[in-house]
Design a protein around this ligand. Structure first.
Ligand SMILES: NC(=O)c1ccc[n+]([C@@H]2O[C@H](COP(=O)([O-])OP(=O)(O)OC[C@H]3O[C@@H](n4cnc5c(N)ncnc54)[C@H](O)[C@@H]3O)[C@@H](O)[C@H]2O)c1
Ligand SMILES: O=c1ccn([C@@H]2O[C@H](COP(=O)(O)OP(=O)(O)O[C@H]3O[C@H](CO)[C@@H](O)[C@H](O)[C@H]3O)[C@@H](O)[C@H]2O)c(=O)[nH]1
Length: 429
């Protein structure tokens, strides 16, 4: 099939690569000219494992362009993958979605299936259908389908090839889109969950809210563990063996971040509140996450007695490993807090960089080893694989202090202690 993908971000580029691998011809349309020029030269603007290789492998089937009209004319299917960020009040900013629909509307002369992959609040697919109708476009010229995406950054390609389900939400009278979606995704071995527009939108928000709840739950349990000489890793292990609970997303740490959980929880909260639905669980999940860094700043203060003027190394800038994405990164929150307290902050991340407006908060090093030379303490803020297997002998010889504060519970406590260093984790004994 010939498919248009609007937006060349994490979701748009992954969808482009995977659908091309499935044999489709893909036109990836993006407003940012620099991104398109880079992509045309084979330069992928984000770091995501396997993405560059898969785009390169399928380059004959992929066109990158800023010209929406020319591409739409060739395609019967349009995926919309533009960003849907949060507004100040927690509501979702749908500006990019509306701008994409404004552009699509100019070229709707033949029937198209418009698939919204962006995460959008309940009611949005319906609103977009009405929006096109209000522009005078006949409803016989389009079907809108909600097809939320569940990939995780750092394993986006794998996740898109191996989803646990494909969710599609259809308009009331839509009898044709399910077959089209099944044809697009013919290579996937996963059940289809077919519901209405609002059902699909809610599945996406409920999924992210539930995952974030698991994380805040285990972080709260970690706080209690610390007071009772219990180890949250052992508790999570025991807890996760119950299949009704499940072992995943029970990793205690300095909190969740990223481009999805923070904004999607706020958005769901907002969608509920405008209908006067009280959501104490969602609020508690966010409160725990907002305050999770506090106790680790306190631990640093207790160990070093005075933080002001001390040299401390933070390992990690990205919100999670295997990505250069820094949106809502807890590592950056931590760096910001330490900078505000007068700490001389030094950082290292294998892929991510501090944003321009926060570059002066810390010295960012090009190598791991140079980042901790003469530091009083190391704080692990992102669980990159290279931090798990650090050369602890070298660390001990290079540090001025002895504290390793593992904000992701990702390094071996015993190995660290064997090297004469002091280990403190999250909810650890
Ligand atoms: N990042 C993830 O891991 C992930 C996973 C699942 C779902 N989602 C959801 O998918 C959506 C996209 O997320 P993302 O992280 O890929 O966003 P992103 O910000 O990385 O990419 C969006 C891209 O769309 C482009 N764009 C905006 N308006 C456009 C227009 N009118 N025409 C063409 N291009 C346009 C932007 O320039 C940008 O490059 C969001 O709703 C997000 O919540 C993201
Ligand atoms: O046990 C855990 C698991 C994750 N995290 C943190 O949670 C955040 C989010 O991690 P993850 O969910 O792995 O990455 P995302 O790429 O944000 O993916 C989430 O958000 C996407 C966008 O909606 C969804 O598609 C995915 O299904 C959903 O997992 C990161 O800061 C992680 O460090 C923890 O603290 N403990």
């Amino acid at each position: 099939m010939e498919i248009c993908i609007i937006g060349a971000g994490y979701v748009g580029l992954t969808t482009t690569a995977v659908l091309a691998e499935f044999g489709h011809t893909v036109y990836c349309i993006e407003v940012n000219e620099k991104k398109i020029n880079d992509l045309k030269r084979g330069k992928v603007p984000i770091y995501e494992p396997q993405l560059e290789e898969l785009l390169q492998k399928n380059k004959e089937k992929i066109s990158f362009t800023t010209d929406i009209g020319e591409s739409i004319n060739k395609c019967s299917v349009i995926f919309v993958t533009v960003g849907t960020p949060s507004r100040e009040d927690g509501s979702t900013d749908l500006t990019y979605l509306y701008s994409a629909f404004d552009e699509i509307s100019l070229w709707l002369t033949e029937f198209k299936t418009i698939i919204i992959k962006s995460t959008v609040p309940p009611g949005t697919n319906k609103s977009m259908s009405e929006y096109l109708a209000e522009k005078g476009i006949s409803v016989s010229l389009f079907n809108i389908v909600s097809n939320p995406e569940f990939l995780k950054e750092g394993s986006a390609i794998y996740d898109m090839f191996h989803p646990d389900k494909t969710v599609i939400g259809l308009g009331n009278d839509d009898k044709v889109s399910e077959a089209i979606l099944r044809k697009i995704y013919h290579r996937l071995d996963a059940p289809f969950i077919v519901t209405n527009w609002n059902g699909a939108e809610m599945i996406k928000y409920a999924s992210n809210a539930f995952l974030a709840t698991k994380i805040s739950f285990i972080n709260e349990i970690a706080r209690v563990c610390e007071e009772y000489d219990a180890d949250v890793m052992e508790v999570a292990n025991g807890l996760g063996t119950d299949p009704r609970i499940g072992a995943l997303f029970l990793q205690a740490g300095i909190g969740y971040g990223g481009s999805c959980f923070p904004k999607d929880l706020q958005s769901l909260n907002y969608s509920a509140s405008v209908k006067s639905v009280h959501t104490p669980i969602l609020e508690a999940v966010q409160l725990i996450n907002r305050t999770q860094i506090d106790s680790y700043i306190k631990k640093l203060g207790e160990h070093l007695s005075l933080l002001k003027g001390k040299k401390i190394t933070v390992l990690g800038v990205a919100f999670k490993p295997l990505t250069d994405d820094i949106r809502h990164s807890p590592a950056i929150d931590l760096i910001t807090r330490l900078h505000t307290l007068g700490v001389d902050v030094h950082v290292f991340d294998p892929k991510a960089h501090l944003p321009l407006d926060k570059r002066h908060f810390a010295t960012q090093h090009k190598t791991l080893k140079s980042s901790y030379l003469d530091s009083e303490a190391i704080v692990i803020a992102t669980d990159w694989p290279e931090f798990r297997r650090m050369d602890w002998k070298h660390v001990k010889a290079s540090l001025k202090g002895i504290l390793i504060l593992d904000g992701r519970n990702c390094v071996d406590k015993n190995v660290v202690e064997q090297h004469g260093l002091v280990y403190k984790g999250v909810g650890r004994r």
